[in-house]
Design a protein around this ligand. Structure first.
Ligand code: AR6
Length: 172
């Protein structure tokens, strides 16, 4: 598996599946979640999410991508940051692992991830990036390309640095 980093918008990625940073109700929201719902088609995505019956923190569930370039959206629920001693790291690792498992079940070969939990949920970006890179590189999967999509230059630089030291690569 190859892990690369880009600076950009998750909703514009031309991959088999994109990951959504959702909430447990799968009810839509701001940030990535709002952008994904709008770009996919809000009504259809809302209905598809409603049929999934929610999603626990650390778990992941898929819907079609509807109007997105990506064929599927894998919705995952990251932990809210509560200072670091409330199981946040374990839950965030679970998100990345479960997204790859769901991607494998779908037959997705390329998957783009946003920086789960680092917006509204407040996870420190560098610590989240370390969890992302080490978990992805340490998980057995049939996914061939993982793209980490940074929304700002500082996050992109962190991914680039971590990938350089872990044998991945940065692009764009
Ligand atoms: N493309 C890529 N990254 C983005 C985009 C985008 N279009 N928009 C924001 N980011 P967040 P969370 C970055 O808040 O912390 C929602 O309301 C953003 O800069 O989307 O897991 C849900 O419904 C940040 O670094 O997700 C939940 O209630 C990262 O994506 C809650 O927020 C994640 O920010 C989930 O919070």
């Amino acid at each position: 598996m190859r892990v690369e980093a880009v600076l950009g918008d998750i909703t514009r990625q031309d991959v088999d599946a994109i990951v959504n940073a959702a909430n447990e109700a799968l009810a839509g929201g701001g940030g990535v979640d709002g952008a994904v719902h709008r770009a996919a088609g809000a009504r259809q995505m809302h209905e598809a999410c409603a049929r999934l019956g929610g999603c626990a923190t650390g778990d992941a569930k898929a819907t079609p991508g509807f109007a997105l370039k990506a064929r599927w959206v894998v919705h995952t629920v990251g932990p809210r940051w509560r200072g670091g001693n409330a199981g946040e790291e374990q839950a965030l690792r679970s998100c990345y692992r479960r997204c790859l498992e769901v991607a494998d079940e779908l037959g997705a070969r390329s998957v783009a991830f946003p920086a789960i939990s680092t917006g509204v949920y407040g996870y420190p970006p560098r610590q989240a990036a370390e969890v992302a890179v080490t978990t992805l590189l340490g998980t057995e999967t049939k996914v061939e390309l993982v793209r980490l999509v940074a929304f700002d230059q500082a996050s992109f630089d962190i991914y680039r640095e971590l990938l350089a030291s872990h044998g991945g690569r940065a692009g764009q």
